[in-house]
Write a protein that binds this ligand. Structure first.
Ligand SMILES: Cc1cc2nc3c(=O)[nH]c(=O)nc-3n(C[C@H](O)[C@H](O)[C@H](O)COP(=O)(O)OP(=O)(O)OC[C@H]3O[C@@H](n4cnc5c(N)ncnc54)[C@H](O)[C@@H]3O)c2cc1C
Ligand SMILES: NC(=O)c1ccc[n+]([C@@H]2O[C@H](COP(=O)([O-])OP(=O)(O)OC[C@H]3O[C@@H](n4cnc5c(N)ncnc54)[C@H](OP(=O)(O)O)[C@@H]3O)[C@@H](O)[C@H]2O)c1
Length: 255
């Protein structure tokens, strides 16, 4: 719905469901009619302030493109301008959503030579990868799909049921590698993505060989993780992917 005071580019929607993962981590499902999007893209969320301003920020879509409800995974950033206000939303509340999703971290931007797709994420950046994995049509040409999710604590390993369903649907082609950096968890790796890449621990734990001839990496989340992972990959012989020159990795910083 669009009302008179809603700024250009935003549409009013309604929260249909809220999932609380931890005190600071939550998901919002909402009903709103925005333009179609591709798995991996993001749009804006906004709420008006008491003084009539409309701060808006980018959030990745977690749902598959064909789903009726839009879904987002959010973390409350202490002292942030918008996320603490989004964190108070409950079922039935209004939210304002960017009409036109954007972003180039999508399956159709990956070169045809890629046979194994490595999805490297920290925190809430697992979201766009869950959207891709929920869209089975787009993934048929990959031999292996590796979802790496790095968090500080075990409780932040979200969407375990959905990941189990993906595992069931995709079978041995799919590999989920949780990393917990500030606790020891028996089924998860400990440490950080760049070091676990260069030590070959990621490749060993899922038994998928890293090889510049057919490995492709999508890297998303904490900008320091993105920077360090890109640097590590370059040291290992991989190159940034450009439309005019096929390479091995694409990345998206969350801040
Ligand atoms: C393309 C894109 C997609 C994004 N998708 C998501 C998403 O799906 N879910 C989500 O929660 N956020 C996402 N973000 C971040 C989001 O846009 C906001 O920056 C975040 O909610 C903080 O907004 P704020 O107004 O509360 O904080 P601000 O007052 O704007 O403070 C920003 C600071 O918060 C920290 N920060 C911002 N985002 C995160 C984060 N996700 N995790 C940890 N620390 C963070 C950083 O220190 C940053 O400098 C995305 C950002 C981009 C650019
Ligand atoms: N998660 C919490 O319990 C917590 C508590 C209070 C405040 N916050 C605030 O909440 C926001 C979100 O926190 P978050 O925990 O979701 O996200 P985060 O700080 O980005 O941490 C997510 C994962 O990314 C890793 N990481 C950080 N820098 C890296 C680098 N250079 N290379 C590789 N990996 C790296 C972290 O490992 P390391 O653990 O090794 O850093 C962690 O495993 C931040 O603003 C944070 O300050 C979080």
């Amino acid at each position: 719905m669009k009302n008179k005071s809603t700024p250009h580019g935003l549409i009013e929607g309604t929260i249909v469901e809220r999932i609380n993962w931890t005190e600071r981590l939550f998901s919002l499902k909402m009903k709103v009619n925005i333009l179609p999007f591709k798995a991996g893209q993001f749009t804006k969320l906004a709420l008006p302030t008491e003084t009539g301003e409309w701060p808006r920020r980018a959030y990745s879509l977690v749902n598959a493109p064909h789903d009726e409800l839009l879904e987002f995974l959010l973390v409350t950033v202490p002292d942030g301008e918008l996320s603490p206000r989004l964190s108070t939303l409950q079922q039935g509340d209004s939210i304002y959503v960017g009409e036109d999703p954007a972003g180039f971290m999508t399956i159709d931007e990956i070169p045809d030579t890629a046979r194994d797709l490595w999805m490297l994420s920290t925190g809430t950046a697992i979201g766009p990868f869950l959207s891709m994995l929920a869209d089975p049509q787009s993934l048929t040409h990959f031999d292996h799909l590796v979802l790496v999710h790095a968090v500080r604590q075990e409780t932040e390993l979200v969407y375990r049921d959905r990941i189990a369903a993906i595992q069931k649907r995709l079978g041995p082609r799919f590999h989920y590698i949780p990393i917990v950096s500030r606790e020891t968890v028996p089924y998860a790796l400990t440490g950080r993505i760049p070091a676990l890449l260069s030590s070959n621990a990621l490749a060993e734990v899922c038994n998928v060989k890293l090889d510049p001839s057919h490995s492709f990496f999508l890297i998303c989340g904490n900008p320091e993780m993105v920077r360090d992972s890109r640097k590590t990959l370059e040291e290992m012989g991989y190159r940034k992917h450009l439309r005019r020159q096929a390479g091995h990795f694409t990345s998206e910083n969350y801040w």
